[in-house]
Design a protein around this ligand. Structure first.
Ligand SMILES: [Ca+2]
Ligand SMILES: [Ca+2]
Ligand SMILES: [Ca+2]
Ligand SMILES: [Ca+2]
Length: 699
């Protein structure tokens, strides 16, 4: 069978489920190989074909019917992502297309006897994937010299100082710099900053038995502070196709990112070297995949490498945060994650933690990042040590929570391991936040190994704290009583809250998915500048079917939108209970007229709300230019959640502790509310002690 005839329809993607005997031929046509890519430097001479049966031999590659070479290699795939289910047993053929021409290529595959099926084939494009640190300083953050214009020196208010506490919990050289793990305040007018992890260590929990894989540019596992916790079984080098993920050393240290992320999670404690990882007894591994051109195959391999061993994958990278990219995982990456949550951790589901992006100064919006929009990833943003949203941060409806990271110029950054057996206190960006979240989750998995991937998300929603970041704009309370903010998700992660709640956790009920195809009949799908489209989407939440949903988790909106200037678009989705969630904000730099093609937006903000009722989708443009116009095409609302009420919600809405890591005595605001003596005597350990007592009483 010659599949050349299919090329018009299939274009760059081919899905063929035909059975045939003896000789299988399919063609890569010039429409399939994008000529612009084809002729550019980025032309990728590699594509993948997956065959459902191992019994075949690849004989030759033909061009226009004539043999031009035999450079295709057929082998049983080593990628776990292609080894299961319908791809099992899978064979991967990598063909090197030697000639860069626009002429038709054909690959002939000689099957020896049995039925062969080509399941799919796809040209592997190179993707731009950016590490989420190495932030250039925002111009507004460049320090300027400003002289205080006090008239009278005596008027200067002296803030209460605290003698620096000599904390000998750990002897590591950077321990005193790990402000996000312990209370290093020297002034009470600063909030207590830590991620509340010391009480977890006191319970003897430090990540033992949990394996975390850092998907990045390698890992310096020979480092004195990583060696002990390094796990070669979960480590791999996708860039060089070998089992050694040691980074490539360059004078610019551009490959230190993975080593920095790994150290935050699992630096050894009490060895005098660098600092302590937040889960300092967890096992850490690394898949090197960012040091070179990235393809879907590489991402798919990384996201499923040693899937039977890995508990948590942490990724601090993604599509360009340039304010104009709309990109997400390809087929293999998606499939790797789907399999991870289905089969990983013995069926309880692999945990994927993802950095929410550093495009804030470019007005980027993480709703346009498909890795974050995946329900399978836990999207983690950043808060600065002042409890503020950092200038590099991106807002979106898929953000689940934040942890600390760098902020404005003078704010402290994150301490971790660096290349050449070094240490740094300058790890930055959402890159630094995601691994801290991965570490906290590791602590929770040690405390309760039975947590599923959804339990982990429910726990984050239920225990992340509003109070330390409450002074930022944008907080809303949804009808399930949960506070959310598209810059902070459900708040700042609280390690002790997370772990102590995990201990007695009841697994959440079965996940249901209810798809609602939007009926555009009698609805106006066209819209222009200042004339929004408002679409009503009524649903029963699949009532009476096997997929009935009462209580929401993730809400996805898969849509097609044509518009003259994509960056001018805003999308809002109002839930049946009246919670309005922004699914897309304007992006000034995105001038594309491509619109959104089968793009899936995702929101966690209506978590716990009821599914049934009328959802209202509003697509608008208030930015212009006035000549803008467009329309909404095929759209599906995909609701995920449970029919039964999750156990932890049985006792009513969540109680928030509004004193958690409270900002004491903020200058000019609350100072007068405190009697200083009482303040000194009683507030030092304040909530920290209360919660310990609470925990001890509970168990
Ligand atoms: Ca290597
Ligand atoms: Ca150490
Ligand atoms: Ca982004
Ligand atoms: Ca996500």
């Amino acid at each position: 069978m010659n599949l050349t005839t299919l090329h018009k329809d299939v274009q760059r993607f081919l899905l063929v489920q035909s059975a045939l005997r003896a000789i299988l031929t399919f063609a890569l046509t010039e429409t399939w190989l994008d000529p612009s890519v084809h002729n550019s430097e980025l032309f990728n001479p590699e594509f993948n074909v997956f065959i459902s049966d191992r019994k075949f031999a690849l004989t030759n590659m033909t061009r226009g019917g004539g043999v031009v070479g035999s450079s295709c290699i057929a082998e049983k795939s080593s990628d776990p992502v292609v080894q299961e289910d319908n791809y099992h047993p899978a064979l991967e053929i990598t063909c090197n297309l030697i000639e860069r021409t626009k002429t038709l290529f054909a690959v002939s595959i000689n099957a020896d006897d049995d039925v062969q099926v080509v399941l799919w084939a796809e040209e592997q494009e190179y993707k731009t994937r950016q590490k989420r640190d190495f932030i250039t300083l925002d111009p507004s953050d460049v320090p300027k010299i400003r002289v205080k214009r006090y008239e009278d020196q005596r008027r200067i208010y002296k803030r209460p100082m605290v003698a620096p506490v000599v904390d000998k919990t750990f002897n590591d050289e950077l321990w005193s710099q790990q402000w996000y793990l312990r209370d290093t305040r020297t002034r009470y007018d600063l909030p207590k900053l830590d991620l509340n992890v010391l009480p977890v260590y006191k319970e003897g929990i430090s990540g033992k038995g949990v394996r975390i894989s850092i998907l990045d540019d390698g890992i310096e596992y020979t480092h004195d502070d990583l060696r002990e916790n390094y796990d070669p079984d979960i480590s791999y080098d996708c860039n060089d196709d070998d089992s050694d993920p040691l980074p490539r050393y360059e004078s610019t240290k551009s490959n230190s990112h993975g080593t920095r992320c790994a150290g935050e999670v699992a630096m050894s404690a009490n060895n005098g070297k660098c600092g302590i990882g937040i889960a300092f007894n967890a096992k850490i591994g690394g898949v090197k995949m960012l040091d070179g051109l990235v393809t879907d195959r590489i991402e798919g391999t990384a996201l499923s490498y040693a899937q039977h061993l890995v508990d948590i994958y942490s990724a601090s990278w993604g599509p360009n945060d340039d304010g104009k990219t709309v990109d997400g995982p390809g087929r293999l990456a998606k499939e790797a994650m789907q399999r991870g949550v289905t089969h990983g951790r013995g069926g309880k589901g692999t945990i994927y933690v993802w950095a929410s992006g550093n495009g804030g100064s470019k007005n980027d919006n993480c709703n346009c990042d498909g890795y974050l929009a995946s329900p399978f990833t836990i999207s983690i943003g950043s808060a600065s040590q002042r409890g503020e949203f950092p200038w590099y941060g991106e807002a979106c409806a898929s953000t689940l929570a934040v942890t600390y990271s760098s902020g404005a110029y003078k704010d402290q950054m994150i301490a971790t391991t660096d290349l050449n057996n070094g240490c740094t206190i300058k790890h930055t960006g959402t890159s630094a936040s995601a691994p801290l979240a991965a570490g906290i989750i590791a602590l929770g998995l040690e405390a309760n190994p039975n947590l599923t991937w959804r339990d982990v998300q429910h726990l984050i929603v239920w225990t992340s704290e509003l109070a330390p970041v409450v002074e930022n704009p944008g907080w809303q309370q949804n009808s399930a009583g949960l506070w959310f903010n598209n810059r902070f998700g459900f708040g700042l992660m609280n390690s002790f809250g997370f772990v102590s709640t995990a201990v007695n956790w009841t697994t959440v009920p079965e996940r249901k998915t209810c798809e609602v195809v939007v009926d555009f009949k009698l609805q106006n799908v066209s819209f222009t500048f200042n004339m929004p489209a408002k679409i009503l989407i009524p649903t029963s939440g699949c009532k009476g079917t096997h997929q009935e949903i009462k209580y929401l988790e993730h809400v996805e909106l898969k849509t097609n939108i044509n518009y003259t200037v994509r960056g001018a678009l805003q999308i809002h989705l109002e839930s049946p209970s009246g919670t309005e969630v922004q699914l897309l904000a304007t992006r000034k730099l995105d001038k594309s007229d491509n619109g959104f093609v089968n793009w899936t937006f995702m929101s966690v903000m209506t978590w716990g709300e009821v599914a049934e009722g009328i959802w209202i989708l509003t697509v608008s443009d208030t930015m212009g230019p006035e000549s803008n116009y467009g329309n909404i095409g095929e759209t599906t609302l995909i609701l995920h959640g449970t029919k039964q009420l999750p156990n932890h919600m049985r006792y009513g809405p969540r109680n928030y502790n509004h004193n958690y890591n409270r900002i004491h005595d903020r200058v000019g605001t609350s100072r007068s509310q405190f009697n200083e003596d009482v303040f000194y005597n009683n507030n030092i350990l304040d909530y920290y002690n209360t919660i310990i007592t609470h925990f001890v009483n509970e168990i």
